[in-house]
Design a protein around this ligand. Structure first.
Ligand SMILES: [Zn+2]
Length: 436
């Protein structure tokens, strides 16, 4: 099937920053066949008039726990809530059904905000895989490895076996890309971290974990005269497989290490600042040449799964932190949300609007009140646009959102199904009422 997009402001995100002000783009099956301006192709099956909307590569969310929708707005202002009620409540009340329905809902939210690819870390991760296939997104899915009891394993580190089973089952799958996701530097034993890395290397996949994020984590390593990132390097985890989430407190030496070893970073400014944890030194990481993308973190950490929120927060926090208005021009921020995220995941066949690349496309309408006038489309995307401006989303050649509506699912129905399944979860949450 050949689909022709016409009358679009196309931002290709290629090496030359090529733009077409009244451009067209032709897809053929799963790939982009051609794009340009003037001389529109005559052969196609369907034509979509973009009415001057901005066409960009599908957005890439590099860090999420998509199934945590039931936790959204729960104890947002509660210090140390991870240990005080999140871990306990997960163990008591998280079920495969909730993970599946939460994933469907969260993916609907991501698609409606233009995300086509995401990285996930959670329990019952195979349920997320099922949801991913149903919704048509590309998911890098990592079963959590943690050295304690979890919702889906009585044994510490039970996630290792679950992750490896997923590696075998989904090897070569186009949409579901299994990865390994040890939880963090202080929540996973050294032995389990090393085993996780062996699995990542054997299957040539990503290893993602929370790192350099928590105050107690920093203190724990400082007491030993080191940092979490240096510890990861000491145990041979710091290499091209590593997708380090957060890195808020990365030192100059940590940054040099990540750059030298080819590790990439998932930067989650929304969740980091909401929790008062700090602003990661992204200017210095970018200067060191580290690949990075934006992550929303889970719906309970960042509250929205919209990368438009992340782009804007990234801009204002970096400029403020370094006291420099010229830092990270808007087009670099749009690049990080698209191509940068793809590069951080070693996804080298999407993230750019270029012939031969996967047809992952997001169309942002420009008829919303904040989208006029439009001197600089990159600025409009970073500072003016909202998730609700996304009008069409295509992933791998399939149209998943059209006219701002999901094609494969009904949002109100997903919400109703999730709500009905949340009864036991809500009852279990009652004992934490003083915190939430
Ligand atoms: Zn996280």
């Amino acid at each position: 099937m050949k689909i022709l997009f016409q009358h679009a402001r196309i931002l290709t995100m290629d090496d030359q920053w090529t733009e077409y002000t009244d451009g067209w783009l032709l897809t053929d099956g799963k790939k982009i066949a051609a794009l340009g301006q003037g001389d529109v192709p005559a052969v196609y099956d369907e034509m979509i008039d973009c009415r001057g909307g901005i066409l960009i590569p599908g957005l890439v969310n590099t860090h999420c726990h998509v199934s945590m929708v039931p936790f959204r707005t729960m104890g947002d202002d509660c210090p140390d809530r991870l240990r005080r009620f999140l871990f306990p409540l997960e163990n008591e009340a998280m079920t495969p059904e909730l993970v599946y329905l939460g994933a469907l809902y969260g993916m609907a939210e991501m698609l409606l905000s233009g995300v086509t690819t995401f990285v996930d870390m959670y329990y019952y991760e195979e349920e997320v895989a099922h949801a991913c296939i149903e919704m048509g997104m590309r998911g890098y899915l990592g079963e959590t490895v943690i050295s304690q009891k979890t919702p889906d394993s009585e044994q510490p580190d039970g996630g290792l076996a679950i992750a490896e089973t997923m590696m075998k089952k989904y090897s070569g799958h186009d949409r579901v890309r299994p990865i390994i996701a040890p939880h963090g530097t202080t929540t996973v034993s050294e032995e389990a971290l090393k085993k996780s890395h062996r699995i990542a290397a054997a299957y040539d996949t990503l290893l993602t974990l929370h790192v350099s994020e928590m105050d107690y984590e920093m203190q724990y390593f400082a007491d030993q005269g080191t940092t979490p990132i240096q510890y990861l390097d000491n145990i041979s985890l710091c290499d091209r497989h590593l997708l380090a989430a957060h890195c808020i407190h990365a030192t100059e030496a940590d940054i040099a290490l990540l750059a030298e070893k080819g590790a990439s970073v998932a930067h989650c400014i929304g969740s980091n600042t909401k929790a008062g944890k700090g602003v990661a030194p992204m200017r210095d990481m970018a200067r060191a040449g580290i690949s990075f993308g934006f992550g929303t973190d889970g719906p309970s950490s960042g509250n929205t799964l919209s990368l438009f929120d992340q782009m804007r927060l990234f801009a204002v926090c970096q400029k403020t932190a370094y006291h420099d208005r010229s830092l990270f021009p808007a087009r670099e921020i749009v690049r990080a949300a698209t191509r940068g995220g793809a590069e951080a995941l070693h996804g080298m066949d999407y993230g750019i609007l270029r012939p031969g690349y996967k047809a992952d496309i997001t169309l942002v309408a420009t008829d919303g009140p904040a989208m006029f006038p439009l001197y600089n489309p990159y600025s409009a995307l970073v500072y003016s646009a909202n998730a609700s401006d996304v009008s069409l989303v295509m992933a791998d050649g399939d149209i998943l959102v059209r006219n701002g509506q999901l094609i494969r699912a009904d949002l109100s129905q997903l919400r109703q199904e999730l709500y009905q399944a949340m009864g036991p979860f809500n009852r279990a949450a009652e004992k934490y009422a003083d915190m939430i």
